[in-house]
Structures are given as C-alpha cells and as structure tokens.
Write a protein of this length. Structure first.
Length: 124
C-alpha cells in the first residue's frame, strides 16, 4: 500500500510541475498607455536613484542612471523582458540588497518601470 501512495505522490508532483510550466505566458499590455522614458521613468530614476553617491553623474557613482543612454549602456535592461532585467529585479529585492536603499519605490513606480521595459524600453 505504501508503494501506491509513493507512486501517487510522484504522479501528482509530475502533473504539478507540468501544469506550472505550461502557465507561463507573455504579458498582455493591450490597452495599457505607453510609458515614456522622459516623462515617467527618468523622473522616477532621478528622484530615487540618481542622487549624489548613488547613480548620479559624480565620480563616486558606480554607474549612472541619469540619461536613457546611461540606463541602457549598463545592459541591465532587456527590452520586452522586465523579469529578465536587472533594473526591475533589484527593485523587488528586500533587506540590505533593496534598491533604492533609502526605501522601496511605490507600487505605481515599480509598475511603470515594468510596463516600460515590457513595452520595449523605448527612448521616448
């Protein structure tokens, strides 16, 4: 009888794994207004990330996040793939690795960055 429970458990695990993998799909942004780098994203980055000592243009900055070219030069944005983009991923971290270290962005700011990347991370 234990063998039957073991086989049933393996079968359920296999079915669950297949089901979860088949649920992955592209993000549907139909009807979502286009997010602008200059009007939306640049304001978020300059107000939260580009401060002196962080990601500004001063010598102490590891990498600047001031202009579109700065953001894209780092290779941390994969156009059309927010979940595969480091810029988006670091915003979701918690604890000491959280960005920005001064405190998390608002949900709306994070959603705008997500949508902008999913829409192709355009210089608009």
């Amino acid at each position: 009888m234990n063998k039957n429970y073991f086989k049933l458990g393996i079968l359920l695990l296999l079915i669950s794994t297949i089901s979860l993998n088949s649920c992955k799909h592209d993000v549907d942004l139909t009807g979502v207004p286009e997010i602008s780098f200059s009007n939306d994203i640049q304001l978020i980055l300059s107000g939260n990330c580009s401060m002196n000592g962080c990601h500004g243009t001063d010598a102490s900055s590891e990498f600047p996040l001031v202009t579109y070219q700065n953001v894209m030069d780092e290779g941390d944005v994969k156009e059309g793939d927010a979940n595969g983009s480091k810029l988006y991923e670091v915003l979701l971290r918690t604890g000491e690795e959280r960005m920005p270290p001064s405190g998390p962005l608002t949900d709306i700011q994070i959603k705008k960055i997500f949508i902008w990347i999913e829409q192709g991370a355009k210089d608009n």
